[in-house]
Design a protein around this ligand. Structure first.
Ligand SMILES: Nc1nc2c(c(=O)[nH]1)N[C@H]1C(S)=C(S)[C@@H](COP(=O)(O)O)O[C@H]1N2
Ligand SMILES: [Mo]
Length: 319
């Protein structure tokens, strides 16, 4: 899946093509259908084991924040996706390219201890312990839409804090123009990272203006409890006006820099996954239309909204 193969991905066999690439293939389509059937059966038969590490009790710090107060400024135009569905249909390439298997493989990732280094062009660089963030950041719940570039979508309640609250703590200097975020690098825990020809660790980036926009959210929880590992525990980005690959999981480092950073998908296939990646129904992916999207779980087909419906908050950034 190096950039040399860009235009041939739909012809090559599944083990070479990325899931982002083979989404529309028959094999993937059938798998998606099977998932819905399995999940539906599980619900009908009363097998509703919660997907959030039920054996792990909440820590004292977590008990103080869950359930977090919902910020009513963020309303949905569609039903919230079933928790079971959202928790068992995941993209997390560090573990596997098979969405239905991420929930199993991601359990190998330890959630604690966990620190986030915030550094670069800032006045007060600091390594934050994630539990200190839980104690000090303005924790709240927000209902957000999420739109994957592969044309599936969901709507979920995230618990977390605005990214700008964290950035203000370290005080970016006037030279900082971009924010780069990095996921852990543990190839012996996350076997996807053994693929040495891919640009691990996963990185993503925003302009400083995007990062300071109130919508840019660091999620530490979902559905009223800490993030299960497959969703990017213990903290991940949620930038709902952009395609899902921008919402980087399991972040260990946030750097303020003065150049546009190289990012995972843009490096692999820059013609298909641009850096900005704002949701836009009018710009098709080179291999499929982005005009419509399919809600996971219900299968409802909806028209894709410009900026995923968040134009009021962010369109001004691109005027
Ligand atoms: N580190 C990392 N972050 C990632 C990904 C990934 O593979 N690795 N996949 C992205 C993609 S393509 C999507 S659609 C979302 C999926 O988030 P979810 O599994 O919590 O629904 O995570 C994004 N963040
Ligand atoms: Mo995605």
């Amino acid at each position: 899946m190096s950039h040399i193969k860009i235009s041939k991905d739909w012809e090559i066999s599944g083990n070479l093509a990325t899931p982002e690439s083979v989404f529309m293939s028959r094999r993937k389509f059938l798998q998606g259908t099977a998932l819905t059937a399995v999940a539906t059966t599980a619900l009908l038969t009363g097998c509703t084991s919660p997907p959030h590490d039920p054996e792990v009790a909440l820590s004292e710090t977590e008990k103080k924040i869950y359930p977090a107060k919902r910020n009513e400024n963020f309303q949905l135009d569609r039903p919230v996706t079933s928790e079971q569905i959202a928790a068992s249909y995941n993209n997390f390439y560090e573990f596997t390219q098979v969405k239905e298997d991420v929930i199993v493989h991601a359990q190998a990732l330890p959630k604690r201890p966990w620190t986030v280094e915030v550094s670069g062009l800032v006045r007060h660089p600091k390594i934050f312990d994630v539990d200190d963030l839980l104690r000090t950041m303005p924790i709240q719940e927000r209902l957000y839409r999420h739109r994957c570039v592969e044309a599936w979508a969901m709507a979920v309640p995230w618990t977390g804090f605005p990214l700008k609250a964290l950035l203000k703590q370290v005080e970016p200097t006037y030279k900082a123009t971009y924010v780069r975020m990095t996921t852990f690098y543990k190839p012996f825990t996350a076997q996807g990272q053994l693929a040495f020809w891919e640009p691990w660790p996963y990185m993503e980036g925003l302009t400083v203006q995007e990062a300071m926009n109130d919508l840019a959210f660091m999620a530490v929880g979902i559905y009223g409890h800490p993030l299960p590992k497959q969703h990017g525990a213990p903290l991940r980005l949620a930038v709902p006006w952009k395609y899902g690959f921008k919402s980087i999981k399991s972040v260990v480092k946030i750097e303020l820099i003065d150049y546009r950073p190289a990012t995972f998908w843009n490096t692999l296939q820059g013609l298909e996954y641009d850096f900005t990646a704002n949701v836009n129904p009018k710009i098709p992916h080179p291999r499929w239309s982005q005009a419509k999207e399919k809600m996971i779980g219900t299968g409802e087909i909806r028209p894709t909204l410009p900026f995923n419906g968040y134009g009021k908050q962010v369109a001004k950034l691109y005027a």
